[in-house]
Design a protein around this ligand. Sequence first.
Ligand SMILES: O=C(O)c1ccccc1NCC(=O)[C@H](O)[C@H](O)COP(=O)(O)O
Length: 258
Amino acid sequence: MLDQILQHKRQELDTLELPPYENVERRSLYEALKNSHFPVGLIAEIKKASPSKGVIQENFRPVETATFYERAGASAISVLTDQRFFQGHRQYISDVKKHVRLPILRKDFIIEEEQVEESARIGADAILLIGEALEASKLHELYNSAREKGMEALVEVHSEEVLANILKHFEPVIVGVNNRDLTTFETSLDQTERMASYIPDNSLLVSESGIFTREDILRVKRAGAEAVLIGEALMRHENPMEQIDIMMRSEAHERANG
Ligand SMILES: O=C(O)c1ccccc1NCC(=O)[C@H](O)[C@H](O)COP(=O)(O)O
């Protein structure tokens, strides 16, 4: 599936038209995750559909959902912009950016410089760079380009081997371990536990995918994650604010409030 997505992205690049620059204030994903008032930082994701689950939310209202996420205390918002496989759109970034003050991560399959430029123009604060989709040297190049344009990057890896190759080039400030294998869609939180010891001490570890309960969050936190990225568990819930409260509330808060 990843190969299919990447092939489609290369075709899309042939007709990519860069939009005009949105005049936006950039916000730091790293700072937002470090300063979370929850036990871990929360990147709350906006995704209508996915290749593994099909349509997740029929009545899709990205701006309203982002506003709920912000009110519930999320640290940042991840917005899927791929149209073909996730029914996303780059316009959702511009729309959400106008209504929330949280950093926005552009979730797409970024493989070329033009997409980094596009992300800066539509107002993204950070982009996703997937280790399994890029040569390590290319990933480093795109990472530097994002930084030069005032954005940050979440560098995502699934396997130890891919991470080791990236670390030969540089140490990303934010590293995401994707619990989902993008070729088989198999998802296991064991992946965060397995990978945590290979993440550089100075990198912030985000555990991504397959997180559905408070116990899941406590488990990846124990493994060393400082933040989580959650999509489906929030998008499927009719009240995402309540779901965030249930999943993220700390034990201390619960004790204090009986
Ligand atoms: O979600 C998928 O099916 C998928 C398939 C192929 C490539 C990427 C995919 N997902 C992107 C993501 O990284 C997730 O949306 C994100 O980590 C949140 O996952 P979840 O909480 O399990 O919705």
